[in-house]
Design a protein around this ligand. Structure first.
Ligand code: BEZ
Length: 212
């Protein structure tokens, strides 16, 4: 059955470039990003894994562990990882899952037969510390993902999991957020001491609340 937002991210055991892992144990209390790429030794995938490695500190700051997956064997991943490090000037140290038997790909519906019968598309799942799926995005093989957008959504997810707010279109860390519609303006003024700007009764902004 297709996975949906809010579902528990299915657990699995897999061989990876960092050794064998149990997915849920690997995540522990962290957030997770699990992303598939069509194949090793391909140009767009090379830049995507390189970008992810270069953003290591950004993922770490947000308490996010990342894992890549494709239906290639471990020895191929290991050779390709050297190329990624060389060409993207990085050091890939997150696990790349060797899913040659397509177990993870099938569990997460990452093969879209009408796009490509044998390779995974560019699926990406963000998983919360409660192991539920918070974000799913799917890109075609020809389009590399924007990992700054992935970080931006994680910022929104982490903020909105702590406060009764949502984030407007194109929101970035530090910009005003939207007061939850279930809160009256009177309550909002008490709950958000940095101020509430009422544009319409249903559209109210407040600066990013302080950490709880
Ligand atoms: C790539 O990563 O460059 C790629 C992979 C599969 C199909 C097209 C491009």
């Amino acid at each position: 059955m297709a996975l949906r937002l809010g579902d528990v991210a299915p657990n699995f055991k897999a061989q990876t470039t960092e050794g064998e892992i149990d997915f849920h144990e690997f995540l522990g209390n962290s957030w997770g990003v699990l992303f598939s790429h069509p194949a090793d030794y391909t140009p767009v995938c090379t830049t995507e894994l390189g970008r992810t490695a270069l953003l290591k500190e950004e993922f770490a700051k947000r308490n996010v562990k990342v894992l890549a997956v494709s239906v290639d064997p471990l020895d191929k991943h290991l050779g390709w990882r050297n190329d990624i490090n060389e060409t993207q000037n990085c050091s890939v140290d997150f696990p790349i899952i060797a899913d040659e038997h397509r177990e993870v790909a099938e569990l997460y519906d990452m093969i879209h037969p009408n796009a490509n019968a044998t390779q995974t598309v560019r699926s990406l799942f963000v998983i919360g510390p409660d192991k539920t799926i918070k974000l799913m995005i799917t890109y075609p093989a020809s389009t590399g993902r924007n990992f700054f957008e992935v970080l931006r959504v994680i910022d929104s997810l982490q903020l909105t999991s702590k406060h009764s707010v949502s984030t407007p279109a194109d929101w970035k860390q530090g910009e005003d957020v939207i007061v939850g519609t279930s809160i009256s303006t009177e309550d909002a003024i008490k709950r958000f001491p940095k101020g509430v700007k009422v544009v319409k009764p249903y559209l109210r902004y407040t600066p990013v609340p302080d950490e709880k």
